[in-house]
Design a protein around this ligand. Structure first.
Ligand code: 5RP
Length: 236
């Protein structure tokens, strides 16, 4: 019996490989979070192990990225030890035609925004299902909140017209706790007309650490696709 090919997995693998191929020797690389970036980290590690890439330093955006980088032999550094990041590779939950993003499906958007925004080149890796005409149409907007402020932040978000829900753990009782020890509220907005303004407004609510709107941060979007059984990667 032949194993079924999962087209989404193939798209993620191909786009991860394409992003890892962009990395040059002697560079500092932001390592994103999520299942697509995991393939980029794997292929980056393979290039280092084969000797094709030398003198790479990775900056992880999450505990997950750190564990994967160690597993695939990517040397790590911290933002204290470097004065720039050459390239960051990271996934996204939605991408609009202006290259604005919603991120935070893995609750890592706070560290991701720090690292991705610092990078001279931020490369986003997504499968074709992540492209939307308008942000918020398929994915709730994640907002990281300091635990003591959950109730007032939810009320403030409701006043802005959002419908907030506390993200709950899977195979863990209670709420999701981020790598920083905070909680995540996922917010449904009927329509996000001005992502830049909403990003600032949400971050201005006392108790909000960071939200998942990434406006004007992405430089390159690599999209993995499968057409007629053939995987391909295109840049937008
Ligand atoms: C984590 C993120 C991820 O990059 C985003 O959720 C995409 O993940 P995946 O590649 O698994 O679909 O923002 O906070």
């Amino acid at each position: 019996m032949s194993a079924e090919i999962d087209p989404v997995k193939v798209m993620k693998q191909e786009v991860g490989k394409a992003a890892a191929a962009l990395v040059k020797s002697g560079t500092i690389v932001g390592l994103g979070t999520g299942s697509t970036t995991a393939y980029a980290i794997e292929y980056l590690g393979k290039r280092i192990q084969s000797g094709e890439l030398t003198d790479i330093k990775g900056i992880p955006t999450s505990f997950q990225a750190e564990v994967l980088a160690k597993q695939y032999g990517i040397p790590l550094t911290t933002l204290d030890a470097v004065d720039h990041i050459d390239i960051a590779i990271d996934g996204a939950d939605e991408v609009d035609p202006q290259k604005n993003l919603i991120k935070g499906g893995g609750a890592a958007h706070t560290r991701e925004k720090i690292v991705d925004a610092l990078a001279e080149q931020f490369v986003v890796v997504v499968d074709g299902n992540k492209l939307v005409d308008r942000l918020g149409s398929t994915f709730l907007l994640p907002v990281e909140v300091i635990p003591m402020a959950i109730a007032p932040v939810m009320r403030a978000i409701e006043k802005l017209g959002g419908k907030p829900e506390l993200r709950m753990g899977i195979r863990k009782a209670g709420p999701v706790i981020t790598d920083q020890g905070n909680m995540v509220i996922d917010v449904k907005f009927d329509s996000i007309d001005n992502p830049a303004e909403l990003e600032k407004t949400l971050n201005n609510i006392p108790g909000v650490l960071e939200n998942g709107l990434f406006v004007g941060v992405a430089d390159v979007i690599l999209v993995g696709e499968v057409k007629d059984g053939q995987p391909s990667v295109r840049e937008i």
